[in-house]
Design a protein around this ligand. Structure first.
Ligand SMILES: [Zn+2]
Length: 433
């Protein structure tokens, strides 16, 4: 009943094996990376690693091989974060080295710590956006990135944490005659995005694709300054944060956000972003699967620093990156399966899923996803809990074949029941839609 190889279901995938990808010349790999693919796997590099190990050719060569082996064909290189910059000449050399190795290369700016530092201290992580000095620094960083790259993503710090205690924002809010802090912040962030990001970036590089990334905490977007309908139209593209990590009671939201943002933005959602912060390896892999199951066209894995490097650098709010190497190892084990899953889902029609997976409430903690592709129906289950789950969800007359990742022991069927190991993912091929 259980097939020993996941890839037997996806013979239509026009992918390449790890061995084949590793054996390609840089030019052949570049052609492969540039070709239209069902799904792109990309990895970001923070300022910390670009100023550190990645500046060395030897470390880069090792990284190229790891990326290729795990189906990555694109990288995002960050020019600014937390007050630290990668000098433009160094970044241009690194960009050119990745390109010469065949990777597609885009840029990244993280708009943190942009205000003046208080006496004897550091600027706040979350920027006060009514500060013209911060606006000017953001504009300068966006222009610098646009001069180096044709695609730049702005990390999800385009929100305001200010309130009545911020005299500068309170004064601007009064001047604008706005009573509501949420409305004020959405107005302010649109204004900053237009004047300091989009217009100057396009002036510096008319070809630029500049992307607004939405964090996964969608419940507070409207209070903190995010406008999921207007901002993607202003920028041209948006991205969904699918970084649900360990503590989120509803991890399937990573799946939902990609589709929701794509609908709200008129098809402008380029992909999903997740990271290894505060993540057990099995939750990291779950984020990877949900990003693909949600319909993302690109999986943006953040980042080399958290997952591969010895020094993860500073995390914004003290999140832990201490399990990053274990997350990378788990990803490596799953990479072929993720690649196959993405290939299988290419062009699939989603025909329903169960949105309620509350781990600690009355839900089972298992999400169920059905989709049709090439006249066949598939059903996938993700157990988000650390416990075994048995569901009355197996119909032997239609669900013909069970395929599971990463190994066959992850799921078994008996009679009308399917048993899922802790954190298991399973996929069933059904006889007909
Ligand atoms: Zn403020």
């Amino acid at each position: 009943m259980v097939d020993s190889k996941f890839h037997v279901v996806s013979s239509s995938v026009s992918g390449m094996s790890r061995k084949t990808i590793l054996s390609l010349s840089a030019a052949a790999f570049a052609a492969f990376a540039a070709a239209a693919k069902p799904h792109v796997f990309s990895m970001s590099f923070k300022v910390t690693s670009l100023n550190g190990p990645i500046a060395s050719e030897q470390a880069r060569e090792k990284t190229f091989a790891w990326l290729r082996k795990n189906h990555f064909t694109k990288v995002w290189l960050e020019s600014y974060r937390h007050g630290e910059r990668v000098p433009s000449d160094l970044l241009a050399r690194e960009r050119d080295a990745f390109r010469a190795a065949g990777f597609a290369v885009s840029g990244m700016v993280t708009p943190t710590m942009l205000n003046d530092a208080p006496a004897g201290g550091k600027p706040p992580m979350v920027t006060c956006w009514s500060d013209s000095a911060a606006q000017n620094r953001l504009r300068a960083e966006c222009v610098r990135a646009a001069e180096l790259f044709d695609q730049v993503i702005v990390d999800d710090f385009l929100f305001s944490g200010c309130g009545d205690k911020c005299a500068r924002c309170a004064a601007l809010k009064r001047k604008l005659g706005m009573a509501d802090w949420g409305a004020f912040k959405r107005h302010l962030m649109m204004d900053v995005a237009r004047r300091c990001i989009v217009e100057p970036s396009r002036a510096a590089n008319p070809k630029i694709d500049v992307i607004v990334k939405f964090p996964c905490w969608y419940q507070n977007w409207f209070r903190q300054g995010y406008s999921p309908v207007e901002e993607p139209r202003l920028f041209g593209s948006c991205w969904a944060g699918t970084e649900t990590r360990d503590a989120n009671p509803d991890p399937v939201q990573g799946c939902n956000l990609v589709g929701m943002l794509d609908d709200l933005s008129g098809g402008r959602c380029g992909g999903g972003w997740y990271d290894g912060l505060d993540s057990a390896p099995e939750k990291f892999v779950e984020q990877a699967r949900y990003t693909i199951l949600g319909g993302a066209r690109e999986s943006f894995v953040h980042c080399y620093d958290y997952l591969i490097a010895d020094d993860p650098g500073v995390t914004p709010f003290g999140e832990k990156a201490d399990r990053g190497h274990a997350c990378a190892a788990a990803f490596e084990k799953e990479a072929d399966g993720l690649f196959e899953l993405a290939g299988l889902l290419n062009g699939a029609k989603r025909v329903g899923w169960n949105w309620v997976v509350s781990r600690d409430g009355t839900g089972t903690g298992v999400s169920r996803h059905a989709f049709d592709v090439d006249g066949r129906r598939y059903v996938a289950w993700q157990n988000t809990t650390g416990e075994e789950r048995t569901l009355d969800d197996w119909n032997p007359s239609t669900q013909r074949k069970l395929l599971s990742l990463p190994d066959d022991a992850a799921a078994t069927v008996s009679g009308g029941k399917i048993k899922l190991a802790p954190h298991a993912f399973a996929l069933a091929e059904c006889s007909h839609p």
